[in-house]
Design a protein around this ligand. Structure first.
Ligand code: FAD
Length: 494
């Protein structure tokens, strides 16, 4: 007999609810705990997972295997080519090892929920059991509702309710212990699994050696690294977070999104660690930087709750259905310029080059480039959403979809479509000295003063041209008018 924990986006031993529950079950029954992870190339394709994110996952698996081995728990990793074969393969694996119970944490995306439902049925037919747990959010979806019993569609009241719920249920922030060590008899029974190698990343998602080396130095993997990053941020930056977080040149944010996405860190742990540094146990009191940061981490919960309550957002549909009929421009040259950071808008280009170079982009810049794509270029927000998933190391469906919905004014946000970011003003406000632009757009490094924000209209055109920097592909005022007309017409067409 044995108990299996199926790892997905929860690649850690610490504070992992499903893993802890599996361990308790195995301990009580005095049977081995086995862990499994399935690499599915088709799943990576279907989810548009960025090669940098796949690489991060594979490196994390190596670290996780080691951590589990120290507890005499094997981590078995296998490639299953087609995603529809995963449930069958896991059932087969359980039968091979005589396992009676499968444990896992829930993933809320539609395909994943369907797959889980299928697995429960398949296992039940064989007399086996599957137990699934809420783990990824601090407050499980479904717990919060308005006075009228509905899901919140606006963040602020949702957040007030989220805070009140956590205050009333402090155990939501309590950590789960790492799994207990397998007994030596249990280890003996599954000894063969310790010798299995972790497969390579699927070929279609493999990084070039050069990129791999660079990314590995920037983004070390594993749960210890996640904790170190979090502790360091809390030690050095969180107090200033509310004042500094919007300035992309400053590195004032935590960059733990990569760990939350892979599950090398739990959201519980993030919030708890921040709270414990505060002078109060309240999430909405005390040091301002800590309060603000906690409210940002909560956005992640919010978008997952939205996904659960309005699952059609997983199907390429805007949250606001009345925005389904906007006539986008589909100008492929514009899209290419945006993807390659060659729009002639320095702040946009800097941000797009940052994502190409690091697999990461600062939140303010995500908003700027997203707004620029949908409003200034009138390109379908789904093209940008897709590009982000294909390039981000922290690509997460719910947060990405939510962020794009917000920026394109088609999502869960009361922000009306006629509030349009001016990329130039954003640049002047949030990168006033142009440090972020100079870091990522080397062609503009020689340009001094305010001309950095718009060289062709501020007397630095010849310098920019000589350096090979493109002229702006759009005129903000005209683009703004065009976007307003297109959005209005789209709604009227509905
Ligand atoms: P910090 O400022 O340190 O915040 C801490 C954590 O809070 C983040 O790691 C993240 O988990 C959460 N958080 C902060 N802001 C948001 C937000 N607006 N929405 C949801 N969660 C938030 N985040 C992703 O994790 N994956 C994505 O694929 C993603 N795509 C985005 C696309 C667009 C168009 C926009 C506007 C935002 C997107 N975000 C996404 C949200 C946000 O930009 C990142 O979470 C943040 O930049 C990560 O950096 P950080 O860890 O330093 O954040």
């Amino acid at each position: 007999d044995a108990v299996v924990h199926w790892f997905k986006m929860d690649l850690r031993t610490t504070d992992n609810r499903g893993l802890w529950e599996a361990s308790e079950k195995a301990r009580a029954a005095d049977v081995p705990l086995i862990c499994i992870y399935v690499v599915s190339p088709e799943d990576f394709e279907a989810h548009l997972t960025a090669p940098i994110r796949v690489d991060f996952t594979m490196r994390t698996l190596h670290a996780l295997k080691k951590d589990l081995a120290a507890l005499d728990i094997p981590l078995y990793v296998e490639t299953v080519e087609r995603r529809k074969d995963i449930p069958e393969r896991i059932v087969e694996f359980m039968e091979e090892w005589g396992a009676s119970h499968l444990y896992a944490n829930i993933e809320y995306e539609v395909d994943e929920l369907r797959r889980e439902a299928k697995m429960v049925k398949m296992l039940a037919e064989k007399g086996l059991a599957m137990e699934v747990f809420h783990d990824t959010c601090v407050v499980p979806p479904g717990e919060l509702h308005t006075g009228a019993g509905k899901q919140y569609a606006v963040y602020s009241p949702w957040y007030r309710s989220w805070v009140a719920h956590v205050h009333a249920n402090q155990e939501l922030l309590s950590p789960f212990d790492p799994p207990a060590k397998n007994s030596s008899a249990a280890r003996e029974k599954v000894a063969a699994l310790f010798d299995c190698d972790i497969p390579d990343a699927p070929e279609s998602k493999r990084l070039s050696e050069k990129d791999a080396k660079r990314f590995r130095a920037t983004w070390p993997a594993g749960e210890r690294e996640a904790m170190d990053r979090l502790e360091k941020f809390c030690e050095e930056k969180i107090a200033q977070y509310s004042k500094r977080r919007n300035f992309p040149a400053e590195g004032a944010t935590s960059s733990i999104s990569v760990h939350l996405a892979a599950g090398t860190l739990s959201a519980r742990m993030a919030i708890r660690t921040a709270r414990d540094r505060n002078k109060t146990k309240k999430l909405d009191a005390g040091i301002e930087g800590i309060q603000t940061w906690i409210s940002e981490v909560a956005w992640r919960d919010f978008y997952k709750h939205v996904l659960v309550h309005w699952p059609y957002v997983c199907m390429n549909k805007p949250f606001k259905p009345e925005y389904s009929n906007i006539e986008w421009s589909y100008n492929s040259a514009h899209f290419e310029a945006w993807c390659n950071g060659r729009t002639g808008f320095p702040i946009v280009d800097a941000a797009m080059r940052q994502v190409k170079s690091m697999g990461y982009m600062h939140n303010r810049c995500r908003m700027i480039v997203a707004s620029f794509l949908c409003k200034d270029l009138l390109l379908d927000w789904r093209m940008g959403e897709r590009f982000f998933m294909e390039n981000l190391i922290d690509g997460d469906f719910a947060s990405n979809n939510g962020g794009w919905g917000f920026s394109a004014s088609v999502g869960v946000d009361p922000q009306p479509y006629f509030r349009i970011f001016n990329p130039l003003l954003q640049s002047e406000k949030f990168d006033s000295e142009g440090d972020y632009i100079r870091k990522w757009v080397p062609e503009l490094r020689e340009i001094s003063g305010k001309a950095i924000h718009d060289p062709y209209h501020r007397g630095a055109g010849s310098l920019a041209k000589k350096a090979g920097y493109p002229e702006p592909i759009a005129d903000h005022k005209n683009s703004r008018d065009r976007a307003l007309k297109a959005y209005k017409a789209g709604i009227e067409r509905d």
